[in-house]
Design a protein around this ligand. Structure first.
Ligand SMILES: C[S@@+](CC[C@H](N)C(=O)[O-])C[C@H]1O[C@@H](n2cnc3c(N)ncnc32)[C@H](O)[C@@H]1O
Length: 497
C-alpha cells in the first residue's frame, strides 16, 4: 500500500504531533542524548526505557519510531484529532491484534533553527524490497550539510525519495521541485510534504526527463550512485547502468538544466580503473565551460565496497544468495579493471561570465564543520580568481591570511638537536586545507596583512632575497591562487571575504 494523506488527515496528524511534542526537540528531550545516540546506532532498548510512562509522546515514539504495537485507546488519544482508522487508511499505521503498529516510519526532523518536519519512509522490514524508500541516512545528511543555503528562486531535488533534500530546500528557495523514478518514493515524499506542511512540486520519471526543457537555480541530488554491474536490485542504490556510467551521463546533462549562475550539487561514486587517473575519468564527463569542484571523500577497495553496500541493505552476508551476489559484483568489478571506488561530492556551476574552473581533489580528512559554507566560499573565490585572472590584477589585490590559519613547522632529529625539515600553512576550520610552504613562501604570507597590494609584498620579498621581481612573481602567483581557492588567503574589500 502506498501512503496517501488527505490534507485533512495531514493537518490532524500535525496537530497531534505538535500537541504531544513529537518534534525533534521533544523527542531529543524525552530520550536524552545517550538513548538518542543509541537509537542512531540501531540500539533501541535505551529509547524504549526512556519512552516508558511518557504519556502521548511515549506512545508516538514507541509506535512510529520504535516499531512497537500500542493499544487502540492509547493510539487514539495520541493521534487525536486524527482517528487510528484514518491514519491506517492513509497507510501510516496498521492493525495488529487489538492494537496498532506502524506501517511506515514517520520521524520528526528539522534543520537548525527551522520548523519541525516529519519524514515518512519505509520500515526497515521492507529493506530488501526493490522499491524500498530509505529514510534520512548518512548520505542524505552528508549532502544536506554540503548544500549551499543562500536564497534561490528554483530548486530541483532529483531522486527525492523520502523528500529530505526538498524539505531543506523549502527553507531557502522560492519554489521546489522533486522528481523520482519510483512511484512509491513519490507517494512517500508527498506524505512527508503533507505532514510537514510544505509545498513541493512532484514529478515522476527517470533522471532529468521530467524536467525536460526546464532550468533551475539549484539542483541537489543524492542519486543511486553505487557502482556495480548493470542491474537494479534496489531502486535507491542501483542506477541500472554499469559502473559509473549513469553518473557520467547525469553530470554531462545537468548543466543544461541550470540557469546562468546556477549550481548543482550531488553525491557520486567513480571507478578507479587500472592504468587510469581517476581525476581524468571524472573530468572527462564534464561539458566544457563550467565550474566544477569534485571532492573525493574516501576510496574503498572492491571487497569493502561490495561488503559495505550489502551490509547497508540488511543482507546476511554469509547466506548463499548474498555470497552469489557478492561474487557476481566482484567479478564485474574485476572484469572492468576496477581497483577502487571513490565516493564524494560534485559541485557544478554554469558561470555567468568567462571560462570555467575545474578542480578535482581529495578532502584532506574528516570534516566536522558543515561543508555547505565551504562550497559557497569556493564558488565565490573561484569568481574572484576569474575576475583577477591577469597577473597584474592579482598583484594589485590586497590579500590577508585568513583568521584561523596557522603556520606549522616540523623538525627532525639532527646532529646538534632538532633540524627544521619543513613548514606548512593550514586552516583550522572547514576541511582544514594544508599547503606546504618554503621560507620565501612563509615570508610572503607574513607580509599578506591586507594592507599592501600583493605586488608590493612581492617586490619587498624579491629585494630582501636579492632576486628579480619577475622570478618571484612567476614562482609565487600559482601558489597564491591555490591559497585563495582554499580560503587561506582572503582578498580585502572583495566579494570573496
Ligand atoms: C539514495 S536515494 C536518495 C533519497 C533522498 N533524496 C535522500 O537524499 O535521502 C536515491 C533516490 O533516487 C531515486 N532514483 C533511482 N533511480 C532513479 C532515476 N533513474 N531517476 C530518478 N530517480 C531515481 C530512488 O527512487 C531514490 O528515491
Amino acid at each position: 500500500m502506498l501512503p496517501d494523506l488527505s490534507p485533512a488527515v495531514a493537518d490532524a496528524l500535525r496537530t497531534a504531533f505538535l500537541r504531544a511534542r513529537y518534534t525533534p526537540d521533544g523527542v531529543r528531550e524525552l530520550l536524552g542524548a545517550a538513548a538518542h545516540a543509541a537509537l542512531g546506532r540501531g540500539e533501541p532498548e535505551p529509547a524504549h526505557r526512556a519512552a516508558a510512562g511518557a504519556g502521548e509522546l511515549g506512545v508516538l515514539v514507541r509506535l512510529l519510531l520504535l516499531g512497537a504495537t500500542e493499544p487502540d485507546a492509547a493510539v487514539a488519544a495520541a493521534l487525536a484529532p486524527c482517528s487510528p482508522t484514518d491514519a491506517s487508511a492513509a497507510g501510516l499505521i496498521t492493525r495488529d491484534g487489538a492494537g496498532w503498529r506502524a506501517a511506515m516510519d514517520v520521524r520528526p526532523y528539522a534543520e537548525e533553527d527551522g520548523p519541525p518536519w516529519w519524514v515518512v519512509s519505509d520500515l526497515d522490514a521492507r529493506r530488501q524490497d526493490r522499491d524500498h524508500v530509505t529514510g534520512v541516512g548518512a548520505a542524505s545528511l552528508t549532502l544536506a550539510a554540503a548544500t549551499v543555503r543562500s536564497a534561490a528562486g528554483t530548486v530541483l531535488d532529483l531522486g527525492t525519495g523520502c523528500g529530505v533534500q526538498a524539505l531543506h530546500a523549502t527553507q531557502h528557495a522560492g519554489t521546489v521541485t522533486g522528481t523520482d523514478v519510483a512511484p512509491r518514493a513519490l507517494a512517500t515524499a508527498r506524505a512527508t510534504f503533507a505532514l510537514s506542511g510544505v509545498d513541493v512540486e512532484l514529478l515522476e520519471g527517470p533522471w532529468l526527463a521530467p524536467v525536460a526543457g526546464r532550468r533551475f537555480d539549484r539542483i541537489v541530488s543524492n542519486p543511486p550512485f553505487v557502482p556495480g554491474p548493470a542491474r537494479v536490485d534496489l531502486v535507491y542504490r542501483d542506477s541500472g547502468a554499469a559502473g559509473d556510467d549513469a553518473l557520467a551521463a547525469l553530470v554531462a546533462d545537468l548543466p543544461r538544466h541550470l540557469a546562468p549562475g546556477g549550481v548543482a550539487q550531488l553525491l557520486g561514486s567513480w571507478l578507479h580503473v587500472r592504468g587510469e587517473d581517476w581525476p581524468d575519468r571524472v573530468q572527462s564527463w564534464l561539458p566544457p565551460g563550467i565550474d566544477a569542484w569534485i571532492l573525493q571523500r574516501e576510496v574503498a577497495d572492491p571487497a569493502l565496497h561490495v561488503g559495505t553496500w550489502q551490509r547497508d541493505s540488511g543482507l546476511d552476508l554469509a547466506a548463499p544468495a548474498t555470497r552469489a551476489q557478492a561474487g557476481a559484483w566482484l567479478d564485474w568489478l574485476d572484469s572492468a579493471g576496477v581497483e577502487g571506488i571513490g565516493f564524494g561530492m560534485l559541485t557544478l556551476r554554469v558561470p555567468e561570465h568567462g571560462p570555467g574552473t575545474v578542480v578535482v581533489e581529495d578532502l584532506p580528512g574528516a570534516v566536522d564543520d558543515p561543508l555547505g559554507p565551504e562550497v559557497a566560499g569556493w564558488l565565490d573565490r573561484v569568481d574572484w580568481l576569474r575576475a583577477h585572472a591577469a597577473d597584474a590584477d592579482l598583484l594589485a589585490a590586497r590579500l590577508a591570511v585568513a583568521p584561523g590559519v596557522v603556520l606549522e613547522r616540523w623538525a627532525e632529529p639532527g646532529e646538534i638537536g632538532w633540524a627544521e625539515a619543513g613548514a606548512s600553512v593550514a586552516r583550522m576550520d572547514g576541511p582544514r586545507w594544508r599547503h606546504e610552504v618554503d621560507e620565501p613562501g612563509a615570508a610572503l604570507l607574513a607580509g599578506c596583512r591586507g594592507e599592501l597590494p600583493l605586488g608590493d609584498v612581492v617586490e619587498l620579498l624579491a629585494f630582501a632575497h636579492d632576486r628579480s621581481t619577475d622570478a618571484v612573481v612567476a614562482e609565487s602567483l600559482p601558489a597564491v591562487r591555490e591559497l585563495v581557492r582554499h580560503g587561506l588567503l582572503v582578498p580585502r574589500m572583495s566579494a570573496a571575504q
